[in-house]
Design a protein around this ligand. Structure first.
Ligand code: AKG
Ligand code: FE2
Length: 354
């Protein structure tokens, strides 16, 4: 075969990432292609509200009163909002910034480099792509992503240089923060402090890094970065390069989430709802886009061990007044279900409701 036709054949069969970053950077883009047009019939009400702040340092206070107070604050935040901001968490701000920069460097690579990480199936330990699951999405989302399994086995994309070191350190630190928060949450549910940690085998918890890139969009009101959804796992810890994108649904209204740079945004995810038998609920949130600047967010999902079958805690269930509300399901199966289907509200959780 002649060199040119061989090159042509390779190009023809090579998968395309089709990232939205390249689309957004094409100079003549003034409107979005129709496959990105997102329609939502719901009435949109967007409001500004203060979401709760948790001072993490008080969880380790030697004064029992202070710990009791912060546990009470956690209880209220989990019940009322399912979202809270964590301050004084001890993770250096410089490490958070470097993690965000590394993700930016990842997305700035060539299509060839990123394709090396495209992953063959939804449970590939390293996967980059665009939208949510481009093979099932009816509408494409204005978002590129990188998803990496970081615990109990640590994985990292081979490039950019430094990604592996920074993400290893950042994920170790967020894991510690998440486990401490989960101890506090366990107590706030009236369970023993280590109950969830032990029941979910958090020593070998499944931790996944999800980096999202939302480039400027010429018609932000017509497109969606990530549609309304709840997260899998117990707790998600999220940092972002800038405010203005993340919105949570609170009593039917969208609330803009603002966080100062050294703050971690935490939300309750589906498996805490299952484990707590609905006492704490995962919260629907979404990411909207803008026409001015690229936004990057890095969410770290902390969940049980992948092999764990998660059921409501027996201590929180009694067949008379509090019957179990969810079927048990293996975490890995749940993850597969969520990733293989369209991202839509709490549709995965709905499948395990009794
Ligand atoms: O980018 C954001 O602010 C939200 C990201 C998110 O919800 C997710 O990755 O699950
Ligand atoms: Fe999310």
């Amino acid at each position: 075969m002649a060199a040119t036709s061989q090159a042509h054949a390779e190009t023809a069969f090579r998968p395309k990432l089709g990232c939205v970053k390249d689309l957004a950077e094409s100079s003549d883009l003034t409107s979005i292609p129709s496959k990105y047009a997102y329609y939502d019939n719901d009435i949109e009400v967007i409001v500004e509200r203060q979401i709760p702040t948790i001072d993490f340092s008080l969880l380790n206070s030697t004064f029992p009163d202070q710990r009791a107070k912060v546990i009470q604050e956690l209880r209220e935040a989990c019940k009322e909002w399912g979202f809270f901001l964590v301050i004084n968490h001890g993770i250096p701000e410089s490490l958070m910034e470097r993690m965000l920069d590394m993700c930016k460097d990842f997305f700035d690579q060539t299509e060839e480099e990123k394709l090396k990480c495209s992953g063959e199936h939804v449970l590939a330990p390293i996967r980059s792509g665009t939208s949510f699951n481009a093979s099932v999405d009816k509408v494409f989302f204005w978002r590129d992503f990188l998803k990496v399994w970081v615990h109990p086995q640590f994985h990292s994309p081979p490039t950019p240089a430094g990604f592996s070191e920074i993400s290893l350190e950042y994920c170790k630190r967020t894991r510690q923060v998440a486990r401490e928060l989960i101890k506090g949450i366990s107590e706030s549910l009236g369970l023993e402090e280590h109950y969830i940690d032990k029941a979910m085998d958090l020593e070998s918890c499944f931790q996944i890094l999800v980096a999202n890139l939302y480039p400027p969009c010429p018609q932000p009101e017509l497109a969606m970065g990530l549609p309304p959804h709840s997260d899998y796992g117990l707790l998600t810890l999220l940092i972002q390069s800038q405010n203005g994108g993340l919105q949570l649904n609170h009593n039917g209204k969208w609330v803009n989430v603002h966080a100062s740079p050294n703050t971690i945004i935490v939300n309750i995810a589906d498996h805490l709802e299952i484990l707590s038998n609905g006492k704490y609920k995962s919260v629907v949130h979404r990411a909207v886009v803008n026409n001015k600047a690229t936004r990057i967010s890095v969410g770290i999902a902390h969940g049980p061990n992948l092999e764990k079958v998660v059921t409501p805690a027996t201590e929180l269930v009694d067949n008379k007044n509090n019957p179990p509300l969810y079927h048990g399901i293996k975490y890995k199966e749940y993850l597969e279900l969520q990733q293989n289907n369209q991202l839509s509200g709490k549709s995965t959780l709905d499948r395990v409701r009794i």
